[in-house]
Design a binder for this molecule. Structure first.
Ligand code: ZN
Length: 330
């Protein structure tokens, strides 16, 4: 086990509320900071600012106020307002970003319902590259708000749910994670729309969550990184995917070492951090990628990446400083 990371870490993808962040908005902040110190995490991106400003303000007041140099809080888009605002929705949502930025938000989080469930005022499913939403993405660029975006989900969640599905067990535990197509759009339709979106808004910085939302196909993700200079990815919650293709993943992490951000997505969980460090730093073979007894994203084990120090430094911290515009103050 690796108790401390070799270099200071910025966790660029995590949560602090329920259900993903351990409900820290109801626990003492000093305990949270002690925990992050113990884990070697110098800065923490909290993506739980929510869709409107209510949660955002709560998190800014609670975490950012207590330790401004330790936390970045991301805002969101309240898609439910499309129904009432009608054609004026995109401009309205773009203006909310301005308000969120003034209040202290340092980025925008787009959650996976976008492309799967979000509907416009005529109740039509909205495509990821819907041109009407241009004002939101352009405004985020003008305001210098990086967009952490998660579209689609693991490929297996789009496949038929039967005993041949490699995530069958997990889908049995979480039936709401199944996006079998139809009725949902096919996985590649969402991904191609995502790439269109990022290519269309070249002055806006996008971060593709979870290995660019397609850890199963590092070739595809690498091509998108090649084609889109305004694009970076995080590695959160995909140790299972990276570590089952260790040769390709190691080459990928080294080749794109300037474009990859560290993220845990497991809440501020010491054991989960240590597992991430073990994965990135050691050449340990065939271990559980999950802190539970049974690997939770499919019953396989992973091999470590034993990344060189200069690559580790970038993925742990310096890439995030550049992409998220974080000053070195922690
Ligand atoms: Zn997340």
């Amino acid at each position: 086990m690796v108790d401390k990371p070799k270099f200071p870490v910025i966790d660029a993808h995590n949560h602090l509320a329920e259900p993903f962040g351990g409900g820290w908005d109801n626990k003492p902040v000093n305990e949270l900071i002690d925990l992050l110190d113990e884990a070697g995490v110098v800065q923490y991106v909290d993506l739980d600012g929510g869709w409107g400003e209510k949660l955002l303000n709560k998190h800014l007041d609670y975490f950012k106020e207590a330790a401004p140099e330790r936390f970045q809080i991301f805002g969101g888009v309240d898609w439910s307002q499309w129904k009432d605002k009608g054609d004026a929705f995109p401009e309205w949502a773009a203006k909310r970003l301005q308000v969120q930025k003034e209040r202290g938000a340092q980025g925008l989080k787009i959650w996976k319902p976008f492309g799967l469930n979000v509907r416009d005022h005529s109740n039509k499913l909205v495509k990821v590259d819907d041109a009407r939403l241009g004002p939101i993405w352009e405004t985020a660029g003008e305001l210098d708000l990086p967009i952490m975006i998660h579209v689609a989900d693991p490929v297996a969640f789009f496949d038929p749910i039967d005993e041949t599905n490699e995530r069958w067990e997990e889908l049995g535990n979480h039936p709401d994670w199944a996006f079998t197509s139809p009725p949902f759009p096919p996985f590649m339709e969402i991904m191609n729309g995502f790439k269109n979106l990022v290519m269309r808004h070249k002055n806006t910085t996008f971060i593709g969550a979870h290995v660019g939302c397609y850890g199963e196909n590092l070739g595809w993700v690498g091509q998108m990184l090649d084609d889109c200079p305004n694009y970076a990815i995080d590695i959160s919650a995909r140790l299972g995917e990276l570590g089952r293709q260790p040769y390709s993943a190691r080459k990928f992490l080294i080749k794109y070492q300037d474009r990859i951000l560290f993220g845990s997505d497991m809440g501020p969980d010491l054991e989960a951090y240590r597992l991430n460090y073990r994965f990135l730093e050691t050449d340990d073979e065939y271990f559980n990628y999950n802190t539970g007894e049974i690997p939770n994203q499919g019953r396989w084990y992973v091999d470590g990446m034993y990344l060189p120090d200069d690559v580790l430094k970038k993925i742990y911290r310096t890439n995030a400083m550049k992409v998220l515009k974080i000053e070195q103050n922690a």
